[in-house]
Design a protein around this ligand. Sequence first.
Ligand SMILES: [Zn+2]
Length: 354
Amino acid sequence: MSYQREHYQRSRYNYNNYSSAGTQRASRAPRSRVPRNRISKKVLVVVAILVVAAVIWLQAPWKNFGFPQPLEPFAGQAAGQTAGHTTGQPAEQAAGQAATSGQPTLQTQAPLDTSFFTAVINTADVTDTQFLALVNRDHAINTLADPDLVNAIDTVPILNSSVFLHPKTFAATESLLQAAQVANITNLCVSSGWRSYEAQERLYAEATDKSLVQKPNHSEHQTGLAADIVVAHLTQKEMARSHEAKWLAENSWKYGLVVRYAKDKKDITHIASEPWHFRYVGKLHAWYCWSNNLCLEEYLELLQETGGYHATFEGTSYTVVYEEPENGKLRVPPGTNYIVSSDNMGGYIVSSWE
Ligand SMILES: [Zn+2]
C-alpha cells in the first residue's frame, strides 16, 4: 500500500471513529441537574481567572520583544565599537562568539525619549549608509548613491567568476559562512551580489518566473547590500526544504543580514520565497526584524509609526529614531556616536549609542 493511501485510510478511520464517538457522547449526555444560577457563577469564576491570567501574561516583561538573544549591535560599528571593545578580537571572530554564547543581552525600553538629540545636521551633509533603504517593487533606487564595492573572489566560495558586494555585506557574508563551517555546513556559496542596471535588465528580460526577479532599478542587488547565498548542487526548491536554509534563516541576523523574501511575507514584498536572498541591514535591525518576524517593509513602517525605540545591548544603550527632515535638516545626538540611513521613502533612521 502506498504511503498516501494508507495515510488516507488511517485518516478516514480516525475521522469516522471520532465522529461516532462524538455522536455517542452527545446522545448519552445526561441532562444537567445543576441550577442555572450556579452554572453562571462557575462560568463567571472561570472567566475571571482567565482574565487575570491574561493580564498577568500581557504585562510580563518577556512579552515586550519575545525572546532576547545574544548579538552585537550595529555591524556598522561592531568592528571598532562593540565587538572589539568587549572581546579585543577581530570583528569576525567576535561575531562567531556572539553567535554561540547563550546570554540574553538585548532588551528594549519605553517610552522613546529623544530629548538628547540636540544637534542638527543638513541632510545634504549626512553620510547615508543606506543600510535601511527600501528598494522593492514600489521604490526604485533612483535617489540612492552608487555603492562601495569589494570583490569577494578568493575570499568566500562563489559560483560565478566574480561577485562584488558592499564591504559590510561582504564582511557579514564572510562571517556567516565561517560560522556555517563551524556548524558543519560546508556547501554554501555566494551566487550573486551587486548587479549593474544592465545586468538586472537582462536578468529580468530572461527570467521565466518573474515572481523571483525585480525590474531594473528595483533590485536590492543594485545596491550591493544583497547577497544570494545558495547551497551548492541543490535546486531552488531543494534548497527551500534543506536544513542549510533553515540554519541560514536562524543565524543570518547575528551577522546583520535578513532573509529578505520570506514565504509568509509575499503579500508585502511581492516576491516569492527566496531563502537564499540576504540583505544587509546591520545587526540590531536584523535582530529586531528576526525576533519580531518583520520584513523590511514592516520594520520601516513600524519605525515610522512609533518613532523608534531604545535598546540596551551588552551594557551599551542604543536609540533608534525615525525622522522626517524639516527644512532639509535632521535632529541627531551631539558627538559622533550615530549613523544615519535614509529609508528611500523620504525618511531617515538615526541609530545612536552611548
Ligand atoms: Zn537575490
